[in-house]
Design a protein around this ligand. Sequence first.
Ligand code: IPM
Ligand code: MG
Length: 356
Amino acid sequence: MKKYDVCVIKGDGIGPEIIEEAIKVLDAVSHKFNFELNFDYRLMGGAAIDIMGVPLPDETLNAAKSSDAVLFGAIGGAKWDGLPRELRPESGLLKIRKELGAFANLRPAIIFDELINASTLKPEIIKGVDIMVVRELTGGIYFGQPRVKNEKDALNTMCYNVSEIERVAKVAFEAALLRNKKITLVDKANVLETSQLWREVVSELAGNYEGINLEFMYVDNAAMQLVRAPAQFDVILTENLFGDILSDEASMICGSIGLLPSASIGGKVGIYEPIHGSAPDIAGQGIANPIATILSAAMMLKYAFGENEAAEAIELAVRGVLRDGYRTKDIAQYDAKEICSTVEIGSIIADYAAKA
Ligand code: IPM
Ligand code: MG
């Protein structure tokens, strides 16, 4: 029987609750499709700060590096907000992404027909939306040096080099080949030198990919177009900060930020994580939507292990559960037959996946 080692990092806030449900669903499909998952639970973020004094302990990083994949919940919370930047929970996440070489973050934003009324946008605007945001994840202003914070001034640096752009752009081109063959490079090339370099590098690379339609869009326009006519997008390729912002925007097109999964890949070991944060305001109430994390687990099965059937069983289960009207509170405004807690919807999805 095939065996995979998964390093599981629950994190803070709703992290533990949503990870529990993803594990439940993974257990269900691993039995059904005959593979074994070995879960190794490790600390990161505020939970690690409280016990070990740092957001990413060495033993967590080493365990992640020697695993086959990392499944991650969410981190952060008001309790740790006053800490210096390097000691904040978020620094742990940025460091593990960097250390694992996870430079490409795939964030699919797909409208489930079953949830078409859950979006704040009109159904006719969002029908058929199927976007893949490819966000650069280990460069740009998140990591650029120098970075300074004094009492009177502060400095951050946005920098990119050709190879950083090329490697993530290749991921976007490969993705586009398997989809509708369109890439929109989102940038601010009318103002930023980094964006001008992105345009040059991506244009040159396009020569190697026949049949791909490459277009350029300024990020302010892209933010507007995403709510005006989101169906025009196929693959959105963009740098780290723009991708962070636009993927949150794209999630609301789909109905809730609790729905969007992601895969952070490029290195030997990938990180599979929902795009949302730790939502401390709703932690512990049993109302968090675990679907983004459950779908991230499905991405892990597909991208890290090639267990495509099991991944599809999870995706079908999620759709089936939504079709049958089971909803967590965040997506319950319309068409809900039953409002479920985090644990309830996780169990129902696991049942559907086992039967899929
Ligand atoms: C995300 C999050 C993180 C990011 C934070 C928690 C550092 O917002 O994964 O989108 O900005 O990358
Ligand atoms: Mg974000």
